[in-house]
Write a new protein. Structure first.
Length: 142
């Protein structure tokens, strides 16, 4: 089964993201860590086991290590740099959008405050990054 790593520290956002993705039949196990330090540890262990997630969904405002620093380290590590990274955050700052793309984010999605908008955004994330844009195993670096 495919895996998504959700890097989010807000319990409500975790539950909402998980339930929306599952409700819309995104066929993936959703693993959750609460900050960039935990995310890097998860990714390192997953790389050793040969079980990297197919998608990282990352909030920017995290304790210990924020989303931008996590993105910087993911893109600097040859084991992870091919992973699609979607920033899912409430930040509307143009500087955060620019920095995310400069550091290699594949997509930047603002968390809508409206539930219906969030449902649509989460469903589209799953459809695009796991179904439409999913590389074949032959394209994935080992």
């Amino acid at each position: 089964m495919r895996r998504i790593l959700l890097v989010e520290d807000n319990a409500d956002d975790i539950e909402l993201t998980r339930s929306v993705l599952q409700e819309h039949r995104v066929d993936a196990r959703i693993e959750v860590v609460e900050d960039g330090v935990e995310a890097l540890a998860y990714l390192s262990a997953a790389a050793v086991a040969g079980e990297l997630p197919e998608l990282l969904i990352v909030d920017l405002n995290l304790p210990r290590m924020g989303g931008l620093e996590l993105l910087r380290q993911v893109r600097a590590d040859s084991r992870f740099r091919h992973l699609p990274v979607v920033i899912l955050t409430s930040s509307i700052a143009d500087a955060d959008v620019a920095a995310s793309y400069e550091l290699g984010a594949n997509s930047y999605v603002r968390k809508p405050v409206d539930y219906d908008e969030f449902v649509l955004a989460a469903r589209k994330l799953g459809e695009y990054w796991l179904d439409i844009n999913h590389p074949s195993s032959a394209d994935t670096p080992r």
